[in-house]
Design a protein around this ligand. Structure first.
Ligand code: SAM
Length: 288
């Protein structure tokens, strides 16, 4: 039996392996999954995680957690998977027979350099799949882009500017405003990449409604959990190596939300329905 590390009004976080956490969950229980896995590039996550194993071992592990994610996704639920393009291509192969492809969203990447006989890498991939037809698809609007020097709008919209929706443009599958990464002074884990909040936030807004359940298997600094908490979505999280940063992030922003009394009816999602209220309250993190 796994004991949570913390609970909040909307969420529950385990300092455990994501495979163990998913193993507790019944099939077809979550509305949206957002995953930003380690890329096996030898990155130092400052948390003892070994990010350099053999390619074979890495993809074997990835196929396991991706399959598990597909299992716990509700019909119509959405799976967003963030990766470098060459890794995303492999991931798409694992997803192909299980889910329906919606989009390969390109996210602008700056500050890179070309290696060997290659083009300059300028984007990350955010794969967006659903289990069959999406049960929720909310249109997200973004501000009309302006020049950062003169403040004027960049495009003239072929003379149809007055026909644009005053709430902004429809979000496309090319996100240019996601780079650069969060500045180090805003990160909860220094020296480690954390996504900009808008990345998981957009995924959540597109594919869920308040009260829906979001799962992110790779907590990191807790960006997805913040986005879910902010928009009143329930969330389940796992971070195997160090959950302290997530606690700090949530506690700073939502001091009353990090609580021993979640609103979350978590038990109904579990294979073992004897997971009583008492267990939920037996948190590993003592000072709430
Ligand atoms: C790329 S980071 C996620 C960053 C996160 N999206 C953010 O914005 O802060 C990947 C995280 O997965 C964690 N991790 C690696 N293997 C794991 C596993 N088996 N179960 C849960 N977490 C794991 C690593 O410790 C690392 O913090």
């Amino acid at each position: 039996m796994l004991y949570p590390y913390l609970t909040s009004l909307h969420g529950i976080l385990y300092d455990s392996d994501c495979l163990e956490v998913m193993d507790q969950l019944k099939s077809e229980t979550v509305d949206c999954i957002f995953a930003d896995p380690p890329f096996n590039l030898g990155k130092d996550y400052k948390n003892k995680y070994n990010d350099k194993i053999s390619q074979e071992e890495y993809y074997e592990w990835c196929s396991k957690w991706i399959k598990e994610c597909c299992r716990i996704l509700k019909p119509g639920g959405a799976f967003f998977l963030y990766a470098l393009p060459d890794i995303a291509v492999r991931f798409a192969g694992f997803l192909h027979d299980r889910l329906t492809f919606r989009h390969w969203i390109s996210l602008s990447m700056k500050g890179t350099f070309p290696r060997g006989k290659k083009l300059y890498p300028a984007h990350y991939a955010l794969l967006y799949y659903t289990r069959g037809e999406p049960k929720t698809f909310n249109r997200v609007r973004v501000p009309i882009p302006t020049c950062r020097h003169c403040g004027k709008e960049i495009k003239d919209y072929g003379g149809h500017r007055n026909k644009l929706n005053p709430e902004g443009l429809n979000l496309t599958d090319f996100w240019e405003d996601t780079s650069p990464n969060r500045h180090k002074k805003y990160k909860v884990r220094s020296g480690v990449n954390e996504l900009k909040l808008m990345i998981p936030e957009r995924a959540i807004l597109i594919s869920t409604d308040p009260g829906d359940i979001v799962f992110d298997p790779f907590g990191g600094g807790g960006t997805t959990y913040q986005a879910a908490e902010e928009h009143q979505r329930y969330w389940i999280g796992s971070e195997l190596y160090d959950c302290h940063h997530i606690y700090t992030r949530l506690k700073q922003r939502y001091p009353f939300s990090v609580t021993r009394d979640p609103k979350f009816n978590y038990e109904s999602l579990l294979k073992d329905e004897d997971y009583s209220d008492k267990v939920l309250r037996r948190l590993k993190r003592k000072s709430m």
